[in-house]
Design a protein around this ligand. Structure first.
Ligand code: ADQ
Length: 500
């Protein structure tokens, strides 16, 4: 089992010439660890840095992770230029905004595409030396769409599967991508393509029909066959999730119970709305703040009785568009607090700082309303985490109809169009006045769905659909010695003893 993602599941830091590594805490690591552990698994990805690092040093830093997690990390190194053109450029200035329907935010720099392909070739070169026939390669997300094609070019004939974590746009948006046909062709090199929702899979097949009119689709269930000339692939929609039982357990723990109580004590009788978003323009943060402002203006009974806690998780801080967004949010929060604050009440408590997991779950549990209104989102795990953390059965989820998670939770949460301040305001009032029994019923329904379709369900079903294999079919085998020297890519090295 080989997992390939843009980033390795670790964070590397340098201080005074000393490198340290912190294990990533994302859901993907939790979900995939069981299939990699003790099965000789390998995770390939970029280290996230562009600095030169001696081999001895990188091994010293990565080996403890392997020892602890039971699988090996294979690093890909990018130069500054590659990072700028491949990662910040094509991935995050073109595909990311376009696939979230935000075409006016795209920068179609002609140099980006070649760099995108070149970095995918680099990944292919790194992987090629470490895989053998029978290996299953599972590639993640929009940064690495051309990887299957690059691996095939190198003669790899094994099973290649892909999961897209972000939405797939409809044809009238996709058509704006200057390398549109190349990208579709690249996707067709996978034996299986997984999407988050039916909406995304449909958009994909609609695009295929536009650019390859001979496209034939067979089947109507969760997995379909796609035939174009002599090319055949399969596609499915499999919503990603979180470790549901873990959220339920942690939310009921003594530590979280105490922290929840402390949060509630801080706000007294006031009702709490809670939002946590990665700082990103797709998350609809200014639109949500304007919706809250509209609620305060239109429904005076909210003044002094409701507080919105807006937690922002820093992200892509060096990209100018994210700076501008941060400034816009800062300004809006200041404006709203300036307009409505009184001697003992501030409407928005705004935080741009890290929050540890128990504190995050305590906030979910303490909040009367989870306000999650992305302009478009592949899935949105925060919505699921909020529901699973309702140990007191009292929260109401207000969710954007354009989040992938709305497909699963839409019947039991309050759906809003994130572009409508009026809808957001009315949903806030509706959530705050919802009877207790109704809240319980809605939470019960959503929890049932999420307990069944948790992240382990997602992994199992992805493996079944893409490889026709059960988790148990991946042989437990003795680990390749964890500290065995990684095979070095001399072509990718500036000097023998250093990786760049
Ligand atoms: P993201 O856009 O990052 O993911 P999301 O799905 O909401 O969005 O996941 C955010 C994660 O960050 C959640 O698991 C949350 O718990 C975590 N988090 C929240 N606050 C944090 C904090 N203070 N510190 C650290 N972590 C925090 C992309 C797509 C989504 C898709 C996921 C998974 O954009 O649509 O759901 O991948 O496929």
């Amino acid at each position: 089992m080989v997992i390939v993602s843009n980033r390795l599941p670790i964070v590397l830091r340098e201080s005074n010439g000393q490198w340290t590594m912190q294990k990533g805490s994302g859901g993907l690591v939790t979900a995939l660890s069981p299939i990699l552990e003790n099965r000789g698994g390998l995770w390939v990805g970029w280290t996230g840095i562009t600095k030169t690092m001696p081999i001895g040093e990188i091994k010293k830093v990565l080996d403890p992770f392997s020892l602890e997690s039971g699988f090996r990390l294979l690093p890909v190194f990018l130069t500054e230029e590659e990072r700028d053109l491949f990662y910040y450029g094509l991935s995050n200035e073109v595909i990311w905004p376009l696939f979230h329907d935000l075409q006016t935010r795209c920068r179609f720099d002609p140099g980006y595409w070649d760099a995108y392909l070149a970095v995918n070739r680099k990944y292919a070169r790194t992987i090629e030396r470490h895989v053998r026939e029978g290996d299953f390669i599972w590639i993640h997300d929009y940064h690495l769409i051309p990887l299957a094609e690059e691996l095939s070019r190198k003669g790899f004939e094994g099973n290649l599967a892909f999961f897209l974590h972000i939405p797939f746009p409809p044809p009238d948006i996709f058509v704006k991508f200057p390398w549109r046909k190349d990208l579709l062709r690249a996707l067709l090199h996978y034996g299986f393509i997984g999407f988050q929702t039916l909406r995304d899979r449909r958009n994909f097949t609609d695009c295929l029909r536009v650019f390859f009119p001979e496209t034939r689709i067979e089947g109507r269930g969760p997995i379909i066959r796609i035939l174009i000339g002599d090319v055949e692939t399969r596609a499915g929609h499999l919503p990603i999730s979180v470790d549901a039982e873990e959220f339920i357990r942690i939310s009921r723990s003594k530590e979280v119970t105490e922290r929840t109580q402390a949060i509630r004590n801080d706000f007294g009788q006031r009702r709490l709305l809670f939002s946590v978003d990665r700082l990103d323009y797709t998350k609809g943060i200014p639109e949500k703040l304007k919706g809250f402002r509209h609620a305060l203006r239109e429904f005076p009974e909210l003044k002094g009785t409701v507080t919105l806690i807006q937690q922002l998780v820093p992200s892509r801080e060096t990209v100018p568009a994210y700076h501008v967004l941060k400034e816009e949010i800062d300004r809006l929060v200041g404006q709203i607090n300036g307009e409505f604050s009184t001697g003992d009440w501030v409407p928005i408590v705004y935080r741009y700082q890290p929050m540890d997991r128990p504190e995050l779950i305590a906030h979910y549990r303490a909040a009367d309303v989870g306000l999650i209104t992305p302009l478009k989102d592949g899935m949105n795990l925060v919505a699921k985490e909020y529901v699973l953390s309702q140990a007191d059965n009292r929260g109401v989820l207000v969710l954007s109809e354009f989040a992938g998670s709305a497909m699963q939770l839409g019947e039991s949460c309050l759906l809003v169009n994130p572009y409508s301040v009026k809808e957001i305001a009315e949903a806030i009032v509706g959530a705050l006045s919802m009877p207790g029994e109704e809240k319980k019923r809605r939470l019960r329904n959503m929890r049932k769905t999420l307990r069944h379709h948790d992240v382990f369900w997602w992994v199992r079903n992805f493996l079944r659909a893409s490889a026709g294999r059960e988790l148990e079919d991946f042989p437990e085998r003795e680990l390749t010695p964890l500290s065995a020297p990684l095979v070095l890519e001399s072509k990718d090295m500036m000097r023998k003893e250093e990786w760049v």
